[in-house]
Design a binder for this molecule. Structure first.
Ligand SMILES: C[S@@+](CC[C@H](N)C(=O)[O-])C[C@H]1O[C@@H](n2cnc3c(N)ncnc32)[C@H](O)[C@@H]1O
Length: 187
């Protein structure tokens, strides 16, 4: 479901480390620790057409676009204000911005990168993350890859095995786990 959180509309931009955020957006005023972990694990050879599902204010996207071999990056984000911040934080002609529901998105990508949301309002909801994983499967090319970070307690392993023929856990930390999944299943 698309989000229009009105509080940040009335707030001023907050600037830090060259990024712009607004109060009320995810991880306003700081880089999220899970996203920082995923950014550090992304391969240097990332290339082709990429999507950032739940792109927020654009931190992961800015890391993805530091790879010259990336030809296109679609930022798919349900929160309008976050996406507006991302437009300021990712001033790169390879980037395209979509105010859209990643769980209903259709694309054709070489890689999908995501730090999926795990709350609906205040309630923990792994179903949303599972729907992101299914959306990535649907939107990846046959040889495409998913890179995902998640809180350690979130049960995404079964969804990953159901959607991808190859699932590898990468080194994470005490709070977060990282996955690289490839060969999306077509049925
Ligand atoms: C955990 S945050 C990650 C944000 C960003 N990738 C980062 O690393 O800072 C998840 C993001 O997903 C967005 N989101 C939630 N539901 C969504 C949906 N159905 N489709 C697209 N984005 C969604 C939230 O607004 C939030 O910005």
């Amino acid at each position: 479901m698309l989000g229009l959180n009105l509080a940040p509309l009335r707030a001023a931009d907050q600037k830090f480390d060259g990024f712009v955020t607004r109060p009320g957006v995810f991880s306003a005023g700081a880089v999220d620790s899970a996203s920082a972990l995923l950014a550090g694990a992304l391969p240097g050879h990332l290339s082709g057409d990429i999507a950032d599902f739940g792109a927020g204010w654009g931190y992961l996207s800015s890391c993805i676009l530091s790879r010259e071999a990336v030809t296109k990056l679609d930022l798919v984000e349900a929160d309008f204000i976050s996406l507006d911040c991302a437009k300021k934080n990712v001033p790169d002609p390879r980037a395209a911005f979509f105010w859209a529901d990643a769980t209903a998105w259709n694309g054709s990508y070489d890689a999908v990168v995501m730090n999926p949301p795990f709350h609906t309002s205040r309630v923990g909801d792994p179903e949303l993350g599972r729907a992101f994983i299914a959306g990535a499967k649907r939107s990846l090319k046959t040889k495409g890859s998913l890179y995902l970070v998640a809180n350690r307690h979130l049960p995404y392993e079964t969804a990953l095995e159901q959607c991808f023929a190859k699932v590898m856990e990468l080194p994470g930390n005490g709070r977060f786990k990282l996955f690289h999944a490839s060969r999306p299943k077509r049925k």
